[in-house]
Design a protein around this ligand. Structure first.
Ligand code: ZN
Ligand code: ZN
Length: 329
């Protein structure tokens, strides 16, 4: 599908700044109309007939010939229909600015690293996520002691009080995220998090116009282990927080059971800037909601050498000056 402007026929996109559909060609808001040309064999743009190269999991992309944003019906509907989407809250200009601010003092980065033309290559990507809900229950029994020691005269007294510690805790976990993209490195997504899920809305394909996206690459069941581990760690922490103040705890029962669970497919917003330098790729990711940046700036050895050259020249000049001073003392 493509979203087109009713006024001028241009490609309308979702604008994070305006929180709605926008036509960059005639400046209209809310003038969009969905057209459902089939992408056929998925290699020809339905708008201009130009060739498009789709990767296995691509669900939204841009045609390199006409710059039109295409959304693939068969990859956002039926079994691939996301339940939720967190629409981009930060636009490209804001993210470019954030990257500039973060790295402006980084003197050894290559000259074009923060250049407009390079930063413009930044792409907004919706990353597929599975969001897991759990209703968990702790059944915990322990014998706790509190020990009090005091001295009176020559005698030291120890008083040990015994407690039955019982916890029956119901814990609800909502929307624990695990990314479902093979391409997106797991550690990067863990670093880009957290997202505020309060701004998540029911999925609608309009939000994808203007961005790139993937359908999920991995089934919910195959990723569940990661979510469950996160949930168990948090559950343990919550339990421990309620059992403080004892000198010792002798555990008798410690059972965490999951009463029910479910998973939903959702899309989360990330801006991606792939900077190429010296035959290497330096990826940067910006959380499309909070602006949190993940990525290491590259080092230009030319600049490092130029800097050490200057430093060396300064040192030599100081040494020469010292010699001159020493000679004339
Ligand atoms: Zn228009
Ligand atoms: Zn096209």
């Amino acid at each position: 599908m493509i979203f087109k402007c009713k006024n001028c026929g241009g490609n309308t996109v979702y604008s994070p700044e305006k929180h709605g559909m926008y036509c960059p060609f005639c400046d209209s808001e809310g003038s969009h109309e969905r057209t459902d040309d089939s992408l056929g064999d998925l290699t020809v743009c339905p708008n201009c007939g130009g060739e498009i190269k789709l990767q296995e999991f691509t669900s939204a992309t841009r045609c390199p010939s006409c710059d039109c944003y295409l959304i693939l019906n068969e990859r956002v509907e039926g079994e691939y229909a996301p339940r939720f989407i967190l629409p981009f809250q930060l636009g490209k200009e804001t993210c470019k600015q954030r990257i500039r601010e973060k790295f402006k003092k980084y003197r050894f980065a290559p000259t074009d690293f923060l250049a407009e033309v390079r930063l413009n290559e930044m792409q907004g990507v919706y990353v597929p996520f599975w969001l897991y809900d759990y209703n968990a229950h702790w059944d915990y029994r322990a014998e706790g002691t509190k020990v009090r020691v005091w001295t009176s005269g020559d005698t030291e007294y120890t008083e040990t009080s015994y407690y039955d510690v019982e916890r029956d805790m119901d814990i609800q976990f909502r929307q624990m995220p695990v990314d479902a993209s093979i391409q997106m490195p797991d550690d990067v997504m863990d670093l880009v998090e957290p997202f505020d899920y309060e701004q998540m809305v029911d999925f609608s394909p309009e939000f994808m116009s203007g961005f790139y996206a993937e359908k999920y690459n991995m089934e919910a069941a195959s990723l569940e282990e990661r979510a469950k581990k996160k949930m168990e760690e948090d559950a343990r922490q919550l339990l421990n927080n309620t059992c403080t103040g004892y000198s010792t705890l002798r555990v008798k029962i410690r059972d965490l059971s999951v009463k029910d669970s479910q998973s939903d497919f959702g899309l989360l917003p990330v801006w991606r800037y792939l900077y190429q330098y010296g035959g290497q790729s330096y990826p940067f990711y910006v959380n499309g909601q909070t602006g949190k940046i993940v990525g290491e700036a590259p080092l230009s050895m030319k600049k490092v050498w130029a800097y050490s050259g200057t430093l060396w020249a300064c040192l030599t000049a100081i040494l020469v000056l010292l010699q001159v001073i020493l000679v004339y003392i």
